[in-house]
Structure formats: C-alpha cells, structure tokens
Design a protein. Sequence first.
Length: 454
Amino acid sequence: MPVSCFLSSDDIRERFARAMSTMYQAEVPQYGTLLELVERVNRETLEADSALAERLAAHGELERLDAERHGAIRVGTAQELAMLRRLFAVMGMVPVGYYDLSAAGVPVHATAFRPIDEAALARNPFRIFTSLLRLELIESQALRERAAAILARRDIFTEGCRESISLHEAQGGLDEEQAERFIAEALETFRWHRDATVDLETYEALHAEHRLIADVVCFRGPHINHLTPRTLNIDEAQRRMPDAGMNSKAVIEGPPRRACPILLRQTSFKALEEGIRFAGKRQGTHTARFGEIEQRGMALTARGRELYDRLLGDARRRTAGLDNEAHQRVLEEVFADFPDDETVLRREGLAFFHYRLTDAGAAADRLDGADLETLIAQGLVEAVPLTYEDFLPVSAAGIFQSNLGGGQNEAYAGNANREAFEQALGTPVADELALYAERERISRESVLEAMSAE
C-alpha cells in the first residue's frame, strides 16, 4: 500500500484523544462539567491578561491548549505493558521517564507515553501515564499468587486491536479505514466495565492490601481512570470546583503559585463511588475514577530539579494536614529560594529554553561570532521557556492517594527498579531531561548559525 494513503501518527493520536474524551464524558458526566469549568477559567484568564494571551499565541501554545489532555491507566502484567507500548506507537507515543511511586507508598512504577517531536507536541500533546502493578511488593504470598492467577486469565485487548497493531507494524502505517478500526478497537481497552471478574471476597482481600491493587486486578481491563484538561489558572479552577458540584481534593499538588510557572501543578475532583456487580451476582461499589486538572509551567534542568526536589521536601515536612490556602502559603515561603524570573532561571541554568530569531533578528545583518547573550540583549533572539511535558512522582502519588481513600503502605517504599520495568516494557524509557536538552541545543545552534550565515 502506498505510504501516501497512510494517516500520520499525529492524525491518529488526535482522533483517538478526541474519541477517548467523548467516551469518558459519557461514562463520567462530571468530567464534562470539569471541561466546561476549565474552558471558562481559561477564557476569563486570557481576557483579563492580554500580555499572557499574546505570549501564548506567539509561542503556539493557544492552539494546543483546548486539545491538551493526559490520562492515566494501571496494568497488571509485563505482557499488558509491552502490548500497550506497541499500541501507543501507532499514535507516535513513546515511553518517557521512569516513575517510582513505591517511594510514596503506592505499589506501582510507571512511565508516560507521549509524543516527543516538537511539531507533534504542538499538534496534540496527548499523554498517558501508565503504571505497572508490582505484585512482588505484596507481603502475603497467597494473596500475591491469587492476584497473579486472576491477571493471567484476562486479555485486555480485543482481537481486532491486536490485528490493527500488527497491520500497522507490517505496513508501516494505517489508511483511513484501518485507522478508524484501530481507534474503535483500542478504545475497548480503556472502557469502563461495571462487572468485576472476581467475587466479593477476593475483591475485599485485595482491597484491604491496597485499593489500587483491587482496581488493577479485579476488572476486565485497565479502564481509563481520569482525563486531564490543562488550565491557565489552577487556583481559580480549584476555588470554583465545589460550586460546580465537584468534591475537590484538599490541596493542589506540585510547586506553588509563581510569576514564572514551573513543572506541573495538579488537582482533581475526588473519585466517584460506582456500583459493581461481582461474580456470584453480589452487588457492591468501587471507587477509582475521577477528573483532574493540570497547569503546566517550564521544564527544569537537572540543577533546577535538584533545587525543586530539595525545597519540596522541606515544604512537605511543614504542610501535613493544612488546608489548601495554608498549604500554598507555606510552599510560597519555602520556594522563595527558587528564582522567579525567566532571565535568572536561564542564566543560572535552572530551566530549559527554546531560542529563536525575532523579526528584527531575521531582518538584521549577519553577526559572525556573536554570542547568544549579546543577541538576546540586542533583541535579535528571544528565549522561550520549554513547556514541561512530563509528570512528578510525588504529585502523581498525591493524586492517587487522594482518590484511593488516602491510604498508603510505607512497606512498599524504597523499591525503585527501573531495570525490571524496562524489561517488562520491552525497551528503555527515554530520558526526559535529555529530550529537553536536545531541543534546547538544536534551537541554540540554529539561531547562531542563522546569525552567522552569509
């Protein structure tokens, strides 16, 4: 089949993200309410801050804002994880980063499947945070074996999904009809099923060990447990959630409010209690699915992350049990030691930037040998912060715990095992810091070459 007949991976990813959002709105109507709230907050924020609107428009951020989503799923076996890698590859999404959530008492480790190409991110930066259950952390051998046997009996992918993935790999792409079939079949992996695959006794035993274990093991598939729109003002969105009928989590996860936002801030409405039919026809409830909001800032270098992690550790020791406003005040006080000025962040090597010629730079005479700082000072080159495209393990664990009843098991902590995760995945995960550094390097060399060209 001619390559020209194939849809691009960007097209397929965009269609899949839109289809998943439609499905999740039908399954969790409150998610639709959340989208409306975020859209309203974003519109009002842009109307009130014309400079922000102009900056986002100039940097290509407005086009992706409304389409931007991330979701999260949890799988139970290495085979499931490896097949998901092949599924996401159809949409141009690769595993980026290793996240050890056992450090926060949650028995999973994870990666994020996302596009990495700059043009693909600008088109649709859809991401799926994908966690793998760590049965080896369950202390009870009998319970561990029971869970493994249940997982071994299920197949979370339809036959049509497997066929579509294999077809894509054989052909190097999918045409219009094949892509639509792939999307329809792949969605079934993420769909909610209220019929559990186990009896109530088994569910309760796994639930008692950790709610997340029950969520992963006891159902036909990993069911998408949240989708996350991007807001420009998470504090205002958090404030409005109760008035919109949403039971918001107690505090916003991540860094504090800043003039120059960094990394990722997240909040959510708490997971819904949903009716479940267990094997043996017994009825019960399960709590797992929720709606999340995120506000993204700039990506930090290794030096910036080291400072962030140290300050966050200091803040966490002082914020236990505080309400959101008090929590934010402590964060702001502690993070006063983190520069809040783009120029300082750039010159001190704390954040990543994309360099490009200004209109004046494009029209200027060439300046062979000019250094970057001089070009910036002369208004010929501008430095634009790179948006953080990834996740924060402490924040992810905070969201998990809030929506799983707040429980954690410190016995799981200190068990990072990236090698085992990558073996299950079937490939190494990409280093997110290296990806940002490469984007920055390419942009820097590009403008310097352009300014020195004859």
